[in-house]
Write a protein that binds this ligand. Structure first.
Ligand code: UDX
Length: 436
């Protein structure tokens, strides 16, 4: 089978490369010529463990190709995945202009039956809207002899473990309103069916909502434990043990109960805001999700207050920050709590020295007047406090005496609860975690 993936961001590139691993012929299309040239040369523009090897291997096997020629991509394939950006707008709504443009282009070039699948996270109702856009475009282009199905196949992959998530997902969700599209998508995902991955086959609106409900629920879980962590600080309880004991209840589960600076990244902040927005438009208030968005925002400020509380006066102080990506194993800094905290520390007059193993290039585009250092110890040099903002593995085994020596004050603010508070005090640090 030939498929085309339009948009070679995180989702599109992982999807294309992994389908090629299944033995499918994949064309990845993007309008960014430089990116396509780089991919054609076998190197990937993002940091995602395992992905570059797959891209090289599948390119060499002739199953994966990259092009800017969207017409060729559309005409050569039975299934077309749309994985273009769906950025948030200031009122929380989702900008669907890229998706809609792809829909018009498909209508202009359609040359036979196609299954058009939204992979990008899009508000409920987008597939129906897309069907109409493609239909209108088909009519305008005089190609009425051809038609397509529009399906939703939301992606649940996490950055940093995207390849594993694609190859062994918890479930595959297929939303389609006709049997032909379902049969083709089932066929495409057959390798996962064979390893007994559960398939949820439903209508498009349900599939679209599954994605939002899942992400909003996870964001709620994180926010819940963050608020419990804040209470732990007030009553001298330990959130680590609260979360562990809660997680042992099978109905709750231990995952996504790690207290910290609040969730970030390209999905949770955007998807929670979008769910609240489009639900309100349908006349249904999402009170829980709306409160989650507010509480997550407040958590970031609380972290800055915490650092200030440990340092005294931030005005003129130098603070070392370890980790800039929104989570480990990615170079992605979109909506990263670390970046936000750096900016808010600067607003209060602090100077910043920082280090991240992968995200410094991306962070440079977002931060001004920050000293980017070559390693952890240089970031700590001359600082009144060291803030652990992202839990990269290499921050878990720091040479603590060396850190103490580099700092002017032995202060560590551990926003990811990597270290044991009692041990840090024994090592001579004034230490603060989150909720411990
Ligand atoms: C998420 C979803 O997990 C994935 O299914 C969806 O397809 C895209 O959005 P991702 O954005 O890659 O994936 O990150 P994830 O690992 O889910 O973490 C999101 C944020 O929550 C990060 O900022 C992380 O640090 C934070 N988090 C996660 C916590 O603060 N505590 C936790 O216990 C778990």
């Amino acid at each position: 089978m030939n498929i085309t993936v339009i948009g070679t961001g995180y989702v599109g590139l992982v999807t294309g490369a992994c389908f090629a691993e299944f033995g499918v012929h994949v064309t990845c299309v993007d309008k960014d010529e430089e990116k396509i040239a780089q991919l054609e040369a076998g190197s990937i523009p993002i940091y995602e463990p395992g992905l570059e090897e797959i891209v090289r291997r599948q390119k060499a096997a002739g199953r994966l190709s990259f092009t800017t020629d969207v017409r060729a991509g559309i005409q050569s394939s039975l299934v077309i995945f749309i994985a273009v950006p769906t950025p948030p707008q200031s009122d929380g709504s989702t900008d669907l202009s890229f998706v809609e443009q792809v829909g018009r282009t498909i209508g202009e070039h359609i040359n036979g039956y196609k299954v058009v699948v939204t992979k990008s996270t899009v508000p409920v109702g987008t597939a129906d809207r897309l069907r109409k856009i493609i239909g209108d475009s088909i009519t305008q282009s005089g190609r009425e002899q051809f038609h397509c199905s529009v399906a939703s196949n939301p992606e649940f992959l996490r950055e940093g473990s995207a390849v594993g998530d694609f190859m062994r997902p918890d479930r595959v969700v297929i939303g389609a309103d006709d049997d032909e599209a379902v049969a083709i998508l089932r066929d495409l995902y057959n390798p996962l069916y064979l390893i007994e991955v559960p398939f949820i086959v439903t209508n498009v609106a349900t599939a679209e909502l599954i994605k939002y409900a899942s992400n909003a629920f996870l964001a709620t879980k994180i926010t819940f434990i963050n608020e419990i962590a804040n209470l732990c600080e007030a009553v001298s309880a330990d959130v680590h043990l609260v979360a562990r004991a809660m997680g042992l209840d099978g109905r709750i589960s231990s995952k996504f109960l790690h207290a910290g600076p609040g969730y970030g990244g390209s999905c949770f902040p955007k998807d929670t805001a979008s769910l609240a927005h489009f639900s309100r438009q349908m006349g249904v208030e999402q009170r829980v999700v709306t409160a989650v968005c507010e509480a997550n925002e407040a958590q970031r400020d609380r972290m800055v207050d915490k650092i200030e509380g440990m340092v005294g006066d931030l005005d003129g102080a130098t603070i070392g920050v370890l980790g800039l990506s929104f989570k480990p194993n990615t170079d992605d800094v979109r909506d990263s709590p670390a970046i936000e905290i750096v900016t808010r520390l600067q607003d209060r007059g602090a100077r910043i020295r920082c280090f991240d193993p992968e995200a410094m290039d991306n962070a440079k585009a977002m931060l001004k007047d920050v000293e980017f250092c070559s390693d952890v110890y240089s970031a700590a040099e001359g600082c009144s406090a060291l803030v652990l903002a992202t839990e990269w593995n290499e921050f878990r085994m720091l040479d603590l005496p060396r850190i103490r020596e580099a700092l002017t004050e032995p202060v560590i603010v551990d926003l990811r609860n990597i270290y044991d508070p009692a041990e840090m005090r024994r090592e001579g640090f004034r230490y603060s975690g989150v909720g411990r």
